[in-house]
Design a protein around this ligand. Sequence first.
Ligand code: ADP
Ligand code: MG
Length: 446
Amino acid sequence: MGYLGVELWKRDGKSWCPWAIPQNTISCSLADVMSEQLAKELQLEEEAAIFPEVAVAEGPFITGENIDTSSDLMLAQMLQMEYDREYDAQLRREEKKFNGDSKVSISFENYRKVHPYEDSDSSEDEVDWQDTRDDPYRPAKPVPTPKKGFIGKGKDITTKHDEVVCGRKNTARMENFAPEFQVGDGIGMDLKLSNHVFNALKQHAYSEERRSARLHEKKEHSTAEKAVDPKTRLLMYKMVNSGMLETITGCISTGKESVVFHAYGGSMEDEKEDSKVIPTECAIKVFKTTLNEFKNRDKYIKDDFRFKDRFSKLNPRKIIRMWAEKEMHNLARMQRAGIPCPTVVLLKKHILVMSFIGHDQVPAPKLKEVKLNSEEMKEAYYQTLHLMRQLYHECTLVHADLSEYNMLWHAGKVWLIDVSQSVEPTHPHGLEFLFRDCRNVSQVDV
Ligand code: ADP
Ligand code: MG
């Protein structure tokens, strides 16, 4: 593969860039083959053949007429969730009224119906993705944790776990709650809130804040789109309902293997009660669960030694979740190498939430679409070569679907996306994929 590594961008001892060549060469049919329009049509045909009675709606998805009312179960579940939230809000009001200013208060917590995200969607066939969040290829090294939270010296060390210190700190932290959240005059007093009480209050404050924001913003219902199946819609709805996403604004792309949505990020509490920073704008990539296309792609994952053991034991639905998982691990490796690519926010079954490349709901253009001048085009080309080398040498990965459709141009940089099929070079077809990537990049397509 040596000649691929070097001579692609060196000709006659000079650097050479096929992307900046004047656009008068003969048209190549590759564009037709890769046409997303064509892919969509094929997909529609196939779906129509499998489910002749269900008309498959194609964008625009957010219009009222297109809302799918066929899934009573899902609607019922959504209504139930909405009802539960209302119920909890009422419960909180009752609790507050009941306790009044009394110093001894009674908690209604156990009667609440909605609990933080991640608790309620167990299903019989769930892949325990939490166990696979670490890249199976590289076991995570234990990171030494610096000692934190000690106050004082010598014998009189007070730790952050000290009840009084901690209680007072918790009371002070109530100031950070939203202004409309009534904390009373507790902040002025020498109140000591236990962690348990404080966390319950914090949770309450956040959910109230989100709820009041949502009352003015009905957009979260826009997820009721036909591009995804009811179960997926429910999962997406839960992400909004939990506050992890503020609102899902619409669909960016419907491909053969995935549907990508744009969303505004909210906030998320993890197990340690720290809030995780969610990017302001997110992309939600939903791997299609109804597809036969994936059968053709088995070779990318079946022979990937990282997933080999698990592959044979899984049903097709679980295999599709492995695609999402694979994309997550690959993106994480790329992030570590400093390659411009989306940051993973969350993986839930076959849904991958990542940072959005673009601005104000407008995704960054693909290299295929963007109009670049000759200088920018050269720049993009050399950046791409550099990214390919980084991907190979630093991430030990071959993209395996590298083309102007899977590179975005954003903030003067080339960004790599769509890495669910990327493999290690030792994959039985690894070098073949690498060759194809190099050919796609070096070939002049006009
Ligand atoms: P597919 O496998 O369907 O090609 P991609 O990951 O390439 O899936 O995503 C399809 C399209 O969605 C991309 O061409 C791009 O326009 C858009 N897209 C995907 N991820 C992002 C992202 N993180 N930010 C902005 N746009 C994205
Ligand atoms: Mg793509």
